[in-house]
Write a protein that binds this ligand. Sequence first.
Ligand code: HEM
Length: 124
Amino acid sequence: MSTFYEKMGGEAFFADLVSQFYARVATDPILRPMYPDEDMKGAAQRLQWFLEQYWGGPTTYGDNRGHPRLRMRHAHFHIDTKARDAWLACMSAAVDGVDVNPVMREELWSYLEMAANSMVNQPD
Ligand code: HEM
């Protein structure tokens, strides 16, 4: 049984997805100011590590960052439904830009949508 990580194409797939995502975040008026790094390389690295680990790949995220506790790590960002929608729009375009079969795309997307909803921490 291979993992979702392997079936998707391993590190190359997640690197592609995350770099396409951050290329869009870099020009998004809501999201860009929330990311501190000048070039966002660190943020991209952390998201790639996290997604790889989540889908059964290497545990580099945990080795470097410990338990994800993502809601807690996002608590100091102002995430309302507008920010969530902006994040999902960048991610949707990234998912459209990578090579993935429709069944796996659906599984990936359901997870990302659910996770983004759970990160909202501000009322509208
Ligand atoms: C809903 C809208 C979201 C917004 C506005 C948002 C914003 C941010 C920001 C500003 C950071 C700090 C960047 C950095 O690492 O330096 C961050 C970190 C991170 N985000 Fe999000 N995020 C959102 C949703 C998500 C979702 C859905 C996931 C997972 C599927 C995710 C995974 C991560 C991870 C893994 C980190 C790095 C955590 C760490 O180890 O410090 N984010 N996010």
